[in-house]
Structure formats: structure tokens, C-alpha cells
Design a protein around this ligand. Structure first.
Ligand SMILES: [Fe+2]
Ligand SMILES: [Fe+2]
Length: 336
């Protein structure tokens, strides 16, 4: 379940006597003159079960919004069963939400993470859908614009990073870390950042082709399973190359994010200058996120022990300059 309110606004999910679960959403996140294809509920008094306020498929007008605001209602509820519809709605209104000064940054971060995770989940279910890949490019564009326009956007995004590992949460984390690190390294052209973002968000799309038993395996993979696991960068590369929307530089990130500077990585056993700077950035962020999130077979590490382990045990595999900048960024996420 995704958090979609900022912590400063009231709110945890509410369960009714019948067992229905309601999730809080922020009034400001609903856009005037859009159709909300999910039901909206209000809570008459604290502690009450939310009651239906508007059915689904109705236009959300200035009048409706005005009436709610007049009554001091800032928080509405949706049914948890309709969370995906709500997140899809957020995704299609993301450009307006991220540039709206009335929505605080914590809420923006939650909305961005929620809709991005929901989208990547859909991409993984149907990786050859051109429509989902197109949507992921729009999401990358909106996120990059936001990271570019708001100096402390990364710091706020970092606060809502999920520490539970799923391929979709991991994809979003690696994308946000990678674009922010690229900015610090000096990639400051929005179009280039978007191109790079497309590759990092979809870097593990090839895992969608693997048996979930391999992805979620609690113990060691067998040799045969490991051989399949090592194919995911190639599967991802092929899916996205066929789709035709990513550039060669972005496709290279997808194919080579498990290569190592000193060699010995997969799938092409590249080394040194054979590995592009874009891929080097993604690799650092990928390893960091894998270490700092919880899996079924291991607890999450905190940031600093994870950075220490990367420095002590993986330094020859990583780009030393980029790694140093990454360590600075995680120590001082608000600074530039
Ligand atoms: Fe991967
Ligand atoms: Fe990854």
C-alpha cells in the first residue's frame, strides 16, 4: 500500500466496520475539470468511517472543490481497492501536480513515487506494451523537469524511498538516484537527463521475462537459475530495442548495468573504457539500492554501512569519481 498524503496532513488508512479500507488523499491533489474515475469519500468526524461523497466517473469541478474547501475538508478518502485508478489519475495529472505551489513537496514526492511505482508495475506485467513504455517516458519527463526545477526535490524524494524491495520500487529508486547523481556530475541538459532517465527507470524490465520463483528466491539460486537471471539485461535490451523508443545510449544502460570496471560482469564481460559513463552511474545506484532495501532473504542495510561495504569490497568494480560524488550526495542530499 502506498502513502499518498504528506505526513503533516492527517492520516492513516481507516477501516470500516464492514472491513473496507479507505486511504487518505489530499484535496489539493485533485485537479479541477478532470474526471475522477474512482469514488471519493469524506470523514464526517474523526474516528468515523468515511461516507461516499461522489461516485466514480464524475467531473471534479471548481464548485465541488470550493464546497469541500469551505467546509474545511482538506483530506478525502478513496477505497484501497481503487488505489490503482487513483494512481493512474495522478500519473496523468503529474505535470500539473508537480508544478502546483499549493501542494507541499512531501505530498508531491508521495504522489510521484506512488504513480511511478504503479506504472512500473504495469510495465512489468506487459513489458511489450508500447503504451506503457510511452507513459513511462512521460513520467520520466515530468520527474526530470521537477528535479531540475526544484533544488531540494531529491532530498524530499529520498525521504519517501521505499525500503521494501520489489522490482518496481527498485526501478523507481534507481531512476531517481541516477538522475540526481548525473545532475551532480554535471549532466545539466534536460533532454539528455530524460534520455538517461528512460534507461534507468526501465533498466530491469527484462526481469519481467523471468519466472517469479527466480526473482523471489529466498536462498541461493541454482546454477541454471543464475544463468537465467544473468540474461535479464539482454531481455530488457531486446524488449526496448524492439519498441524503438529508447536511444542507443539509454539501451546501453539497460544492457550493461551489471558490468564491472575491472571485468567479470555480465552479460558481455566488458571492462574499463568499454563501460559508458551513463552505465557507470546506473550501476552505482543499482548496487546501493539493492543493499539498502529489504528482501525476503536479507534485512535492509542503512545507507552508511552500505556505502562502506561498496567502498571496501566493490571499489574496483565502480567508477571511483562517480562513487565519491554519490557518497557526497547521500551525505548531503539537499546540497549541490
Ligand atoms: Fe539488473
Ligand atoms: Fe536493478
Amino acid at each position: 500500500m502506498l502513502a499518498i498524503m504528506s505526513a503533516t496532513q492527517a492520516t492513516s488508512p481507516v477501516r470500516s466496520a464492514s472491513g473496507a479500507v479507505f486511504l487518505p488523499i489530499q484535496l489539493e491533489s485533485l485537479r479541477v475539470d478532470t474526471v475522477t474515475d474512482f469514488e471519493l469519500y469524506v470523514q464526517p468526524h474523526a474516528g468515523d468511517a468515511p461516507v461516499l461523497y461522489r461516485g466514480n466517473g464524475l467531473p471534479f469541478t471548481d464548485d465541488v472543490r470550493g464546497r469541500l474547501a469551505e467546509n474545511g475538508i482538506e483530506c478525502l478518502y478513496i477505497l484501497s481497492a481503487e488505489e490503482a485508478a487513483y494512481l493512474r489519475y495522478m500519473e496523468s495529472n503529474l505535470a500539473a501536480i508537480l508544478t502546483d505551489d499549493h501542494i507541499d513537496k512531501e505530498a508531491k514526492s508521495n504522489i510521484l513515487y506512488g504513480s511511478a511505482q504503479n506504472l512500473v508495475k504495469e510495465v512489468m506485467l506487459d513489458p511489450r506494451s508500447g503504451e506503457a513504455i510511452q507513459r513511462s517516458q512521460e513520467l520520466v519527463e515530468n520527474t526530470v523537469n521537477y528535479l531540475f526545477a526544484e533544488k531540494d526535490a531529491f532530498e524530499h524524494l529520498l525521504k519517501v524511498t521505499s525500503f521494501d524491495y520489489y522490482t518496481y520500487t527498485h526501478s523507481v529508486n534507481v531512476f531517481v538516484f541516477s538522475v540526481s547523481l548525473a545532475q551532480r556530475i554535471g549532466m545539466n541538459d534536460v533532454a539528455t537527463l530524460r534520455e538517461f532517465g528512460d534507461g534507468t527507470l526501465l533498466h530491469d524490465i527484462g526481469k519481467s521475462m523471468l519466472d517469479p520463483a527466480i526473482i523471489n528466491c529466498r536462498g541461493r539460486l541454482t546454477e541454471a537459475q543464475w544463468a537465467l537471471m544473468k540474461m535479464h539485461p539482454v531481455y530488457g535490451y531486446e524488449i526496448l530495442k524492439d519498441n524503438g523508443k529508447l536511444t542507443d545510449r539509454a539501451l546501453d544502460v539497460v544492457r550493461h548495468h551489471h558490468e564491472k570496471i575491472r571485468g567479470g560482469g555480465y552479460p558481455d564481460n566488458l571492462s574499463g573504457a568499454g563501460i559508458s559513463s551513463w552505465t557507470r552511474i546506473c550501476t552505482i545506484c543499482d548496487i546501493f539500492d539493492a543493499l539498502t532495501t529489504q528482501r525476503s532473504y536479507k534485512p535492509a542495510m542503512n545507507s552508511f554501512p552500505a556505502l562502506r561495504l561498496m567502498k571496501d569490497e566493490m571499489a574496483p568494480d565502480l567508477d571511483p569519481d562517480f562513487f565519491r560524488i554519490f557518497v557526497d550526495m547521500m551525505g548531503n542530499p539537499g546540497g549541490h
